[in-house]
Design a protein around this ligand. Structure first.
Ligand code: LLP
Length: 423
């Protein structure tokens, strides 16, 4: 998002496209992504890791827009996928199979079959049961399949409890103490090739120390497996690189992170794999919404907007903070008020901001919810029969609708009413 500057119109823009123009053409609520910001983020991370071979496998779950995926694939990103659906999306977007890693705690046989047949770079194994199942599927398909063990390094990444995935009691990964036995079992299975170790400790991490701590835990095992002759080629430290949401948030020093991780990994001679989602797309997206009305209940002021928890769940689910700014910058000069920004959904949890100091937006005016590119549209639903938001990708002074808003009749047309109810 471009703040207004000298010579720039006093209207909020993504790159050179005024958000007011997007709203006029496409309506609201609409997610607007900047292709330039996505590329800048990708290049910044790639540059930070330049001293050592690194695969940046974009975590598709953060934003699985086909346009965003295609953009990242063309920049050279791989993909971290967690389902057959994400596999299909990544392949259709042009991500080469040998740049795709398959994570996830509940992979289905049909999903494994598709990944094995596509020849993905590695399937990250989460349990002994899954190890045996992947071996059986690989055998049935007659394809020797590359796997990695996803370990649970028991590191606390100091983030929201819902976002910490590498703790001992979480459902993710294999306990470090079980890893040697699993590795031995994997190496005895002729249809599998154990090519690496993986972990993902959590999300929205703002410094390198938790990554280095999990690397330390994994590297001991790398040496032990090597000593036994395992042909390891990659170490996957997961995603989780954070972005700035609240003005007071620290900023991740990506150059420092990349330097630290590549320096740590280099002596092992393994390719580094990273699985960033939020870092690549989070700051590149805004949710554009229009004010429906204002009201006051008791001591509380409400700004009611046409985007809701079904469009952006993060505030309701995690108490997440997203800046909300007026699109008409002149509105930002009015004396601020303290208010909740809420949607029309019938839930007390339906808010985009609570107790927020903001400029008093009037009905009909536009607001932009910032930092909404990751886990915004990806977690959206049609709750309250609200069609999904539209999506727009900006490129310089051009924008393209990458997902058109559906009508309610189109939502209804996706369903069938059994004949006995209409007879
Ligand atoms: N790799 C694995 C195995 C993951 O489980 C995840 C995210 C990632 C990579 C990417 O993490 P990122 O770089 O985006 O932090 N809905 C939550 C985030 C859930 C993340 C789940 N796993 C949110 O809105 O904050």
């Amino acid at each position: 998002v471009q703040p207004p500057g000298p010579g720039r119109a006093a209207r909020l823009a993504v790159e050179d496209v005024a958000l007011a123009d997007v709203a006029a053409a496409v309506g609201t609520p609409t997610y607007v992504y900047g292709a330039g910001e996505i590329a800048a983020r990708f290049h910044a991370l790639a540059r930070a890791c330049r001293s050592h071979p690194t695969l940046i496998g974009y975590a598709v779950k953060a934003n699985s827009s086909q346009a965003v995926l295609t953009h990242l694939a063309r920049l050279g990103a791989g993909a971290d996928i967690v389902s057959g659906g994400e596999l299909r999306r990544a392949l259709v977007a042009g991500v080469p199979a040998d740049k795709i890693v398959f994570s996830g705690v509940g992979k289905l046989d049909a999903e494994l079959d598709a990944a094995i047949a596509a020849g993905v770079r590695s399937i990250n194994i989460e349990s002994v049961e899954e190890l045996d199942r992947v071996a059986a599927r690989a055998h049935a398909l007659g394809r020797v399949t590359s796997i990695a063990l996803r370990l649970n390094p028991d590191i606390d990444p100091d983030t929201h409890p819902y976002l910490a995935t590498g703790l001992r009691e979480s459902k993710f990964g294999i306990a470090m103490s079980d890893a040697p036995a699993l590795a031995a079992r994997a190496r005895a299975l002729p249809d599998l090739r154990l090519v690496g170790l993986a972990c993902h400790i959590g999300s929205q991490i703002l410094d390198e120390s938790p990554f280095l701590a999990s690397f330390e835990r994994l590297s001991g095992l790398v040496r032990a497996l090597r000593a036994e002759g395992a042909p390891l080629r990659q170490i996957d430290l997961g995603g989780g690189m954070g972005i700035t949401y609240a003005p007071a948030d620290r900023e991740l020093d990506v150059e420092r992170l990349g330097a630290a991780l590549t320096a740590a990994v280099a002596p092992l001679g393994l390719e580094l794999v990273l699985e960033p989602g939020r870092y690549l797309i989070g700051s590149a997206g805004v949710l554009l919404t229009r004010v429906v009305g204002r009201k006051r209940n008791g001591e509380r002021d409400f700004v009611i907007v046409d985007a809701a928890m079904n469009d952006l769940l993060r505030p309701a689910l995690y108490g997440a903070y997203h800046p909300i700014v007026p699109v008409d910058v002149a509105a930002g000069e009015r004396p601020p008020i303290r208010a909740d920004v809420v949607g029309p959904v019938c839930e007390c949890g339906d808010f985009l901001a609570q107790d927020r100091i903001l400029s008093p937006a009037e009905p009909g005016e536009l607001l932009a919810v910032l930092g909404a590119g990751a886990y915004g549209m990806a977690m959206a639903s049609t709750y309250n029969s609200r069609p999904l938001a539209a999506e727009v990708l900006v490129h310089g002074s051009e924008f393209a609708v990458t997902r058109a808003r559906k009508t309610v009749d189109e939502l209804i047309a996706d369903e069938q009413v059994p004949a006995w109810l209409t007879r």
